[in-house]
Design a protein around this ligand. Structure first.
Ligand SMILES: C[S@@+](CC[C@H](N)C(=O)[O-])C[C@H]1O[C@@H](n2cnc3c(N)ncnc32)[C@H](O)[C@@H]1O
Length: 451
C-alpha cells in the first residue's frame, strides 16, 4: 500500500521505529479504532486497518524502542478475517483519510467490535459484566443504517473539512496528522452536506470549512475559519445557505450572511442551534437518545429534573413536556451561545430554567439538595468523581447517563457505585457508522437499602 514512513530517515539516531515492519498476529480490538498486537520483542503495537485474528504486515507510524506502545498501520494482509471487506471509500487506508476507522469491516462486524470495546471498558474500569450492567451486549444500528456490505449510510450532517494551503482544496485530515487528504466526496456525508459542494470549490486562504445540513429543516450552513490576514472567498452557493466566519483570534463566530443558526427537529420540536453549538451529528441520533432517556427515566407529572451539559436544551425540552406544569427542569450548560439557544428553544416552558457555567461550579451554587431525575450528557472526558459524588447525593429516583466515550462512562459508573447507585440498564447505539465511535445510554437507580 501507498504510505511512506513519515520520518524514517531520522530513525537510527533517535531510536525511532517509524517505518519498521513486523509480520504479526492481530489480537483483540482496543478502544480508539485499532487492534492490539505484539512485536517479536514483545512491544505492544496498536494496529489500524487490521481486524482481530488476522495476520498482517504492520508498519510502525509512531514510537521508539522501549516505548510503552507503538502505533502501526496494517500495510499488507497475509491472512484476512472473514469480517474484512474492500473499503468502499477510495480515501480509506494506511496514511489516508483519518475520518473513518472501520471502512474495511463488514457493518455487523463494526458493531461487534464496538460492543467488545464497551464490554472491555465496563469490565476493566467498572468491574461490570454486560449482565450486571443490564446490557444485551449489542450495539444497535440507527433505523435505515442496516445496509448491505459495500453500501455506506450517509449520516454525517456536520463535516469539518480542512483546507490544503497549497491548493486551496477542501479535504479531510489524515489520522493523527495536520496533513490534508483531498477528497472529491465523503461517502458518509449526508445528502444535504453533499449539495453544498464544498469539495468542488476553491477555499484559498481558509484554514477549515465546516458544512452543516440540519435535520427536519432545509437550513444549511458553511462556517469558515480563515488563516490570519486572509480575505474571505466569495461564497456563491446554489441554494440559500448561511455563511459564518470564525474569528481566528477570539474563536467567536460572525455572520457573513444568512442566519447565525440552523433549525433542527427532534422529539416533535424545533431547536435553534447556533454555529459552534453542539447538536448530534447522525440525523436519527437526537430522537433515538431522547427515546432511550425517557424510557429509562420514566418521568412523572410534578417531577423535578436536571439536564446537565444541556446544549441547546434537547433533553430539557423532552423532560419539560413530561413533568408538566407542576414539575420543573433545570438545565446547566457552559457554552454562552448554547445557553441563549436553550433559553430561546424552551421559552414556552415557564418551569424550565437554564443556568450558564460549568456543571462543577454551577451545580453547587444552585443550592439544590434533591431532585427526582437527572440526565447528564457530558463531553468525551465524562463528568468526573466530584460531580458524580454530588449527583449521587441528590436522591434522584433515576439517572440517565448519555455517553460518547465508553471509557469515561465506565469510570463514572464506578464513581456512581461509590455514591450508592447501580446500573439498571445500558443500551448502545451505532450513531457513528464506519468510525470507532459509539453512543451509550446507562440508566441508574439507587441500590436498595440492605441489598
Ligand atoms: C455532548 S454535548 C450534549 C448536549 C445536549 N445534551 C444535546 O444532546 O444536544 C455536551 C455539552 O456540554 C457542554 N459542556 C462541556 N463541558 C461542560 C461543563 N464542564 N459544564 C457544563 N457544560 C459543559 C458543551 O458545551 C456541550 O454543549
Amino acid at each position: 500500500m501507498q504510505t511512506e514512513p513519515r520520518n524514517a530517515q531520522v530513525g537510527p539516531e533517535k531510536g525511532t521505529l517509524v517505518g519498521q515492519e513486523y509480520e504479526v498476529e492481530i489480537g483483540p480490538v482496543a478502544h480508539g479504532g485499532h487492534c492490539v498486537a505484539r512485536t517479536p520483542e514483545g512491544q505492544v503495537l496498536f494496529v489500524r486497518h487490521a481486524l482481530p485474528g488476522e495476520r498482517v504486515v504492520a508498519r510502525v507510524t509512531e514510537g521508539e524502542e522501549g516505548a510503552r506502545f507503538l502505533r502501526a498501520d496494517a500495510v499488507r494482509v497475509v491472512e484476512a478475517s472473514k469480517d474484512r471487506i474492500e473499503p468502499p471509500c477510495p480515501y480509506a487506508g494506511p496514511g489516508r483519510c483519518g475520518g473513518c476507522d472501520w471502512q474495511h469491516a463488514k457493518p455487523g462486524a463494526q458493531r461487534r467490535l464496538k460492543a467488545e470495546v464497551i464490554a472491555e471498558q465496563l469490565k476493566r474500569l467498572a468491574g461490570l459484566t454486560p449482565e450486571e450492567a443490564g446490557w444485551d451486549g449489542t450495539v444497535v444500528p440507527a433505523e435505515g443504517d442496516k445496509l448491505p456490505a459495500g453500501e455506506v449510510p450517509r449520516w454525517r450532517t456536520r463535516v469539518q473539512y480542512a483546507v490544503d494551503p497549497a491548493t486551496g482544496r477542501a479535504g479531510l485530515r489524515r489520522h493523527r496528522s495536520h496533513e490534508v487528504e483531498p477528497v472529491d466526496h465523503c461517502m458518509i456525508a449526508a445528502e444535504g452536506v453533499d449539495e453544498l459542494g464544498v469539495e468542488q470549490r476553491d477555499w484559498t486562504g481558509m484554514e477549515s470549512v465546516e458544512a452543516v445540513a440540519a435535520t427536519g429543516s432545509h437550513d444549511r450552513q458553511v462556517i469558515l475559519t480563515p488563516r490570519p490576514g486572509a480575505r474571505l472567498p466569495l461564497v456563491e452557493l446554489n441554494r440559500p445557505v448561511s455563511v459564518l466566519r470564525v474569528d481566528e483570534k477570539t474563536g467567536g463566530v460572525h455572520r457573513v450572511h444568512g442566519r447565525p443558526f440552523v433549525r433542527e427537529r427532534a422529539d416533535g420540536r424545533t431547536y435553534r442551534v447556533s454555529a459552534g453549538g453542539f447538536w448530534q451529528v447522525h440525523p436519527k441520533a437526537a430522537d433515538i437518545l431522547v427515546e432511550a432517556v425517557m424510557q429509562g427515566l420514566l418521568p412523572r407529572k410534578g417531577d423535578m429534573a436536571l439536564d446537565l451539559y444541556c446544549g441547546a436544551g434537547l433533553f430539557a425540552g423532552a423532560l419539560a413536556d413530561r413533568v408538566g406544569d407542576k414539575g420543573a427542569v433545570l438545565g446547566i450548560e457552559a457554552g454562552k451561545r448554547a445557553v441563549q439557544d436553550a433559553r430561546h428553544n424552551l421559552a414556552g416552558f415557564p418551569r424550565v430554567r437554564i443556568e450558564q457555567g460549568r456543571v462543577e461550579s454551577v451545580l453547587p451554587r444552585t443550592g439544590i439538595t434533591e431532585t427526582d431525575l437527572i440526565v447528564l450528557d457530558p463531553p468525551r472526558s465524562g463528568a468526573g468523581r466530584t460531580t458524580v459524588a454530588r449527583l449521587s447525593s441528590l436522591g434522584a429516583r433515576r439517572i440517565a447517563y448519555v455517553a460518547c466515550d465508553p471509557a469515561a462512562l465506565a469510570r463514572d459508573l464506578a464513581y456512581f457505585r461509590e455514591g450508592g447507585y447501580r446500573v439498571r440498564t445500558l443500551r448502545a447505539f451505532d450513531l457513528f457508522p464506519m468510525t470507532h465511535h459509539v453512543e451509550c445510554v446507562a440508566v441508574l437507580e439507587p441500590v436498595k437499602k440492605g441489598a
